[in-house]
Design a protein around this ligand. Structure first.
Ligand code: SAM
Length: 247
């Protein structure tokens, strides 16, 4: 899977991300929309908005929505859905101070070079009384997908990627505190990922890899996923942690 902040890499996998993974975060979208009080008229910015799924949900809730993403392929998908999305990363938001009521980042803050600087930049564009809302995959122990990623690493004779600092319990709150953001509410939500068949499973796990890699790792992935196979395909139980804060 794409695991760095490379905008070209995210552009290359934009369609696959949107098709296979973006919907997995919907329970986190619902949690932060409720906790941040996103409703009619709220001015919402989504940082690292990808193909725009969170923005569409916030728009359905009545918000005025804007996104930023450094990956052109992601911006194109989001714009094709009628969304206002600018070319920017978390460190440099192209908006004047106090523009938004909510600044959100779903599965994106960890790609910023400096999480603290990024959260301070979120705070800069936040209007008085506004909210910062962040959601990220929870620690590997809560994610079935981690079992499969460890099997891929073993087949590759490499070490699995460690959990980043935002993923364990308290990680988002600690990042908020470092940036002067006061946590108001936080939680963890189940966010299952489903794949109807082996082909989709392997394509999703190896998003961005070439055909040779898919062939090479297929057997290890299918074997590791066996405990998650159901009559309707694979169901991997994963989780997102989320936190909402104010400055
Ligand atoms: C895992 S995807 C998540 C996309 C979307 N938020 C979602 O939940 O479906 C990560 C997104 O972060 C973007 N990204 C990468 N580096 C970033 C940065 N430094 N600042 C903001 N976004 C970044 C990528 O282009 C990509 O669209």
């Amino acid at each position: 899977m794409v695991d760095d902040a490379d905008a070209g890499g995210w552009s290359a996998v934009a369609a696959g991300w949107s098709e296979l993974w973006a919907d997995a975060a919907r329970p986190a979208h619902d949690a932060i929309i409720a906790a941040a009080g996103i409703g009619p008229g709220a001015r919402v910015l989504d940082v690292g908005c990808g193909s725009g799924e969170f923005l569409l949900t916030a728009r359905d809730a009545g918000a005025q929505v804007t996104g930023v993403d450094p990956a052109g392929g992601m911006r194109e998908l989001a714009r094709n859905r009628g969304l206002d999305v600018r070319d920017a990363d978390a460190a440099h938001l192209p908006f004047t101070d106090g523009t938004f009521d909510v600044v959100a980042a779903v599965n994106a803050l960890h790609f910023a070079d400096d999480t603290t600087a990024a959260l301070r930049e979120f705070a800069r564009v936040l209007a008085p009384g506004g909210r910062i809302a962040v959601a990220n995959w929870a620690e590997g122990a809560l994610n079935d997908v981690d079992v499969i990623e460890r099997a891929v690493a073993a087949a590759d004779e490499s070490d699995p990627l460690p959990d980043g600092p935002l993923r364990p319990a308290g990680g988002l709150e600690a990042a908020f505190a470092a940036a002067g953001v006061h946590p108001l509410e936080a939680g963890v939500v189940e966010a299952p990922w489903t794949a109807p068949d082996d082909e989709t499973l392997v394509r999703g796990i190896l998003l961005g890899e070439d055909a040779a890699a898919l062939d090479f790792f297929r057997a290890a992935i299918v074997e590791a996923a066996a405990p998650f196979r159901t009559a309707d395909g694979y169901v991997l139980r994963n989780a997102f942690r989320w936190a909402v804060g104010e400055v």
